[in-house]
Design a protein around this ligand. Structure first.
Ligand SMILES: *[C@@H]1O[C@H](CO)[C@@H](O)[C@H](O)[C@H]1NC(C)=O
Ligand SMILES: *[C@@H]1O[C@H](CO)[C@@H](O)[C@H](O)[C@H]1NC(C)=O
Ligand SMILES: CC(=O)N[C@H]1CO[C@H](CO)[C@@H](O)[C@@H]1O
Ligand SMILES: [Zn+2]
Length: 370
């Protein structure tokens, strides 16, 4: 009895003191990060995130401000095979919109991507808490506004965060509010908050790939059935911060997402083959994405896995949305330069960027009819 009440007392003081401790840690600028489902979490400084994790290629998710219990559950439990297809969408097994997509794809080129990536990589870095990172965000916002201007129906908005760098959302309204989304992050890091971080492949390449696809759809005044969004995320290198906030917001707003494709790293591919990854994604959507890669790039995709917190698709996945992840290469032969000052403009393979632009337009046209 006494023991019990002592235990009970202990429990009470634990419960009542843990949140206070955590609040104090947040106030002191620390973040709670997880590197796997079973990792209970570690409190780290912003600098530790980059030096001890990002620059050593240890992937993590910043869970400090995650409050949704389903999302926390998904972050802490290895998915069962039965959960790998969560989408209620039946993705078609034949692609029936090639006649519409092919003429658009024929207009893609690398003129815009070359000049946009030059500007992005010329920022000293695009670290999400640096003034360079904020300046890069302002430039990107103005640039996507100018690319979208050829179709007045398109809206461009910022999604603000607790740090200065905003995420950017471009919307092509459809006749339904159901969403088809492509996303890439635009922050970068070079191994510390103050290091040079050109972030050419990681992930400036994904950003300019999406910009080129947007240019074509805007110029064509493409009018989709489903609503299309292009997301440019902030703070990915801080533990998927931008995409987590966006998808948590979409979950609580009850939005319907039919398909999400994350594209990080689209500009370094010795194999010349698009890689469609297999983990923390929806398996049905992933099969559909593979069909689209084959159809619109003319080459069958390769496959790989990239682990917990690999990129922004994990944020969609953890919030219960159908996600897929498309990358320029399998891990073993992927760019050796990322997360360092050597991830430079001159290492980019422009045929890879063009291949991913073709995939992106093909995907958006096809999925706009889902
Ligand atoms: C979590 O939220 C607090 C309060 O808004 C904020 O000060 C802190 O920067 C956030 N941390 C992260 C990692 O988002
Ligand atoms: C390539 O794209 C640019 C816009 O970035 C456009 O002005 C130019 O006409 C295109 N070139 C060709 C050959 O289509
Ligand atoms: C910063 C960032 O997301 N980088 C991502 C770019 O894409 C690669 C995967 O191809 C991820 O590993 C990185 O985390
Ligand atoms: Zn990275």
């Amino acid at each position: 009895m006494q023991l019990l009440s002592l235990l009970a007392l202990g429990a009470v003081s634990l419960v009542s003191c843990t949140p206070l401790d955590n609040a104090a840690k947040v106030k002191a600028g620390l973040s709670l990060i997880k590197t796997s489902e079973t990792d209970p979490g570690t409190w780290v400084t912003d600098e530790d995130k980059i030096k001890k994790y990002v620059s050593k290629n240890i992937k993590f998710i910043d869970v400090t401000n995650v409050t949704d219990s389903e999302t926390l559950f998904r972050m802490s439990n290895v998915p069962a095979a039965s959960e790998m297809s969560i989408s209620r969408v039946t993705y078609p097994t034949t692609l029936s919109h090639t006649a519409e997509a092919n003429p658009l794809i024929a207009k893609l080129n690398t003129t815009g991507p070359k000049s946009w990536l030059k500007t992005l990589t010329d920022y000293f870095n695009r670290y999400y808490k640096s003034t360079y990172g904020t300046q890069a965000g302002t430039w990107l916002l103005n640039q996507v506004k100018s690319i979208s201007a050829s179709n007045p129906a398109i809206t461009v908005t910022t999604f603000t965060h607790s740090f200065n760098q905003p995420s950017i959302i471009v919307k092509i309204p459809g006749t339904t509010s159901n969403l088809v989304i492509v996303g890439a992050h635009y922050d970068s890091t070079g191994g510390s908050s103050t290091a040079r971080g050109p972030g050419a492949d990681d992930n400036g390449s994904g950003v300019v790939t999406q910009m080129e696809a947007l240019r074509i759809l805007a110029d064509a005044k493409f009018k989709p059935k489903n609503t299309i969004e292009f997301h440019f995320y902030a703070g990915e290198e801080g533990g998927l911060l931008g995409s987590q906030a966006v998808f948590a917001n979409y979950k609580s707003a009850g939005k319907t997402i039919l398909a999400f494709v994350c594209q990080d790293m689209t500009g370094y591919s010795p194999s010349g083959k698009v890689s469609v990854y297999n983990d923390y994604v929806d398996s049905s959507l992933t099969s559909y994405v593979r069909r689209i890669v084959s159809q619109y790039t003319g080459i069958a995709s390769t496959t790989d896995t990239c682990g917990y917190g690999c990129s922004d698709h994990a944020s969609a996945y953890n919030n219960g949305f159908p996600a897929s992840y498309v990358c320029d290469e399998v891990i073993r032969t992927s760019s050796p330069y990322i997360h360092s000052p050597n991830d430079a403009y001159n290492t980019i393979m422009w045929d890879a960027i063009l291949r991913h632009s073709k995939f992106t337009v093909g995907f958006l046209v096809e999925a706009s009819y889902l």
